[in-house]
Design a protein around this ligand. Sequence first.
Ligand code: ZN
Length: 513
Amino acid sequence: MAGGYPRSMLRLLCSLLLLAPAAPALQDTALQGTVLRDTVLRDTARQETAREDADGFPGDLTVSAEVGADELRGHVQALASDAMQGRAMGSEGSHATARYLAARLAAAGFEPGAGEGSFLQRIPLQRLNYSGVPELLVKGKGLEEVLYNGESFTFSSRGAIPGEPRTFKVQVVREESDVPSEANAELALVMTTSAMKSRRWLSDAGHGGGEGFGMIVLPRKAKARERSKPNGSSLGPVAAGGGAAVQLSLRGPWSERFSSGDVQEITLDAKASVEEGEDFNVVGFLKGAGSEGSPELADEIVVLSAHRDHIGVSSRIQRGDAEADAIMNGADDDASGCAAVMEVAEALAAGERPVRSVVAIFDTGEERGFVGSTYWVANPTHPIDRVVCALNFEMLGRPDPLVGGAGNVWLTGDDRSDLGPGLRERGIAVKADLRPGMSFFTRSDNVPFARAGIVAQTLSTYGEHTDYHQPSDEWQTLDYQHMETAVRVCLEAARALVNEPWRPAWNEGEPRL
Ligand SMILES: [Zn+2]
């Protein structure tokens, strides 16, 4: 859609959604919601104009108990518009969608779920900006030499690289029994075996992926290359995902010299400065009422989630052709899931209170390795041991011919729990994922929940269309009649979980992750 975007519409959309507040104002989301609604209500005439223009459509601003194609389209158009610039984690576009969804949850009747009256659970992020070629000073018996990034090593960090050089004592791990029992942040462990075996040795010794150590050094058989300054990293989570602060891979002859014990001390000068950023999980809460005879069900929680973020603007396409549309809109992935969760949330909040409580999460960073959902599981806004099921929503905007086309919904990991069978017993037409080879079960935000033992699976209608992760994943390509039918099925599934005492369980030996 690049090039054809009318400037007036862009300004309007920005005035409605971006509201240009400084970052701290984001904390006050209830207020943001009010401001957003007031802006919209005051400006009905402009809103009408916007509704006539597809790109300027400011979202769905109605609240209703019904799931409707128009409402779904409204949410998708707002989230996947070019103004959102592909919603990369930590970007302005991503923040804008957080405000939009928080305002919509407030309007639906959800309480702020992130504490202190806010819908926004803040996730600190960092980016590394490189000023030069990173250097590794190696010292040993009669040895002192500087190695250069690209030529002799490459490294990745967990957002924990400081601007200052850091020194580590080197310890060579030749056998599994050499792995220290106590983690030590001053140590660089040189693993002399394969990356896969190294991981197993570390995790068997209780260190996960190297947690607590300063650096894990992996000798590789990779060829030496040119010295190079790494590209600036994109905003990523601070020390998230476990593992050592730094993972360093050696190139060329230095693999041998590290493994043989020649090197005793190393200092990494990353030549990088750290830039702070942030993004948010949007979290809303709907208190359950319990049922007659089982008031305790009110304290149990059903999580409904979808990811707000997408993959931003393609630098590859930008470099190749200045005129080309480089905005990855992510209409199906996963504006459609967000729209679905929002409409299900509105329906659950309308009318009689549900029996169990509902936590709705529009998380960020799914595309960057489940950042937001991992953060929520590590820092739950509500008692995680009360979560009876986490239902995740991914790519519901287009029909999947393999499961019968329009209106048909499938569940990832259908054979791993009694969730799918339980829904079908209740007459809810949720089908099995027919592409187990694509590993969809392990490719979305249900994963961190499943790792925590919670029955967590994903509803989808994705049929492997070719717009996946392309600039062409635009709102116009979605089938909103299909979505309406599909999301009604999702709503029935959510209702069964929220209103019945039934509690789904993993099958024996599951979840294998
Ligand atoms: Zn997705």
